[in-house]
Design a protein around this ligand. Structure first.
Ligand code: ADP
Length: 318
């Protein structure tokens, strides 16, 4: 189901009662996380973030190599539905190995938690960087799109649809390479032509056919739509259909209503590419390799990498 928007908690008064969420919060995993054989395999050294029902920690292994460990408390997967979702995430992520997909290294459990050992993406997500920088340059966006589309082409060839591509699920490794992560909503197309019917995704990035063509279902083209939303968001600084409530976002998606703000100038070539991708009809939406052949990719500098300084300010490329 669509991810709910987060609301800020009211300011606490004297001696606040723990919130419902805090009361339910499972205890932190042990400092030394033991693997299947019961050996201390990882030392927990930091907290990276949390999502729907997982918390992600930075750990170091026996050889001193830093990794990310995604921890799901068994108390949060008591229902059959949640168990099935977690096993699907593990099964699909485990199948994938690509330079632009977060590497899935191992998975094991103890009495309290299920642990997924992942490649560490030490420069955080593209959303973290957007918050600091407000917008990306077109040159950066070209490189990000090429790396993201390479990951999508590989996923689709492997019959996997990600279904939740967004800036918060695109991570940056130590060299600022893009890595697609979080396969919590991914689906496998087991037979050619099969279509998925579950309504899922994140409101701002969700394709129109997921919401409005539930009878016919959806397929790989939903990821292409998200690529268009991602490109707009990188260049403009906020998603195209964003507005105050989820219902209004869905209305805008249905009407394909978005603007290019006059105070945030982007090239006409970038606008043309975004408009071609954000086609309401999934059959008319360009294929991934058609996107890559758009003139925008050749109409300005194309950096070989994004420098670390991009974490703080817009890099200049010649
Ligand atoms: P969920 O599936 O519960 O939404 P995510 O996989 O999105 O969880 O992870 C939650 C947060 O943990 C992310 O927003 C990010 O801040 C952090 N995170 C996840 N994976 C990694 C990783 N491989 N490297 C670094 N940080 C990560």
């Amino acid at each position: 189901m669509a991810t709910a928007e987060r609301h800020a908690a009211p300011a606490p008064t004297a001696a606040p009662e723990p919130s419902k969420k805090e009361k339910e919060r499972p205890p932190s995993p042990p400092r030394f996380i033991r693997d299947r054989e019961g050996r201390a395999a990882f030392e927990r050294i930091g907290f990276l973030g949390e999502g729907g029902f997982a918390r992600v920690y930075e750990v170091v292994d026996r050889d001193g190599v830093r990794k990310a460990v995604k921890v799901v408390s068994k108390s949060s997967i008591r229902t059959k539905k949640n168990k099935t979702k977690l096993w699907a995430e593990i099964k699909l992520h485990q199948m994938l190995a690509h330079p632009h997909i977060v590497r899935f290294e191992d998975c094991f459990e103890d009495a309290d938690n299920v642990y997924m050992v992942l490649e560490l993406c030490e420069n955080g997500s593209l959303m973290d960087l957007l918050r600091r920088r407000k917008r990306y340059t077109e040159a950066e966006a070209r490189l990000i799109l090429v790396q993201l589309i390479a990951a999508c082409q590989y996923m689709h060839q492997t019959n996997v649809i990600h279904r939740d591509l967004k800036l918060g699920n695109l991570f940056l490794d130590a060299e600022m390479n893009v890595k697609v992560g979080d396969f919590g909503l991914a689906a496998l197309i087991e037979k050619a032509g099969d279509r998925k019917k579950t309504i899922c995704g994140t409101p701002n990035y969700i394709a129109p056919e997921v919401l409005f063509d539930t009878a016919n279902g959806h397929s790989f083209e939903v990821d292409v739509w998200s690529v268009g939303v991602i490109l707009y968001t990188l260049l403009i600084g906020k998603p195209p259909f964003q507005t105050k409530d989820v219902k209004a976002i869905y209305k805008r998606i249905r009407e394909n209503r978005y603007e290019f703000p006059v105070d945030k100038v982007i090239s006409s070539s970038a606008q043309d590419l975004i408009m071609s991708i954000l086609n309401t009809d999934p059959e008319q939406r360009p294929a991934l390799d058609t996107i890559l052949s758009h003139p925008w990719f050749h109409s300005g500098s194309f950096p070989s990498h994004i420098p670390l300084t991009a974490n703080d300010h817009a890099p200049e490329f010649r």
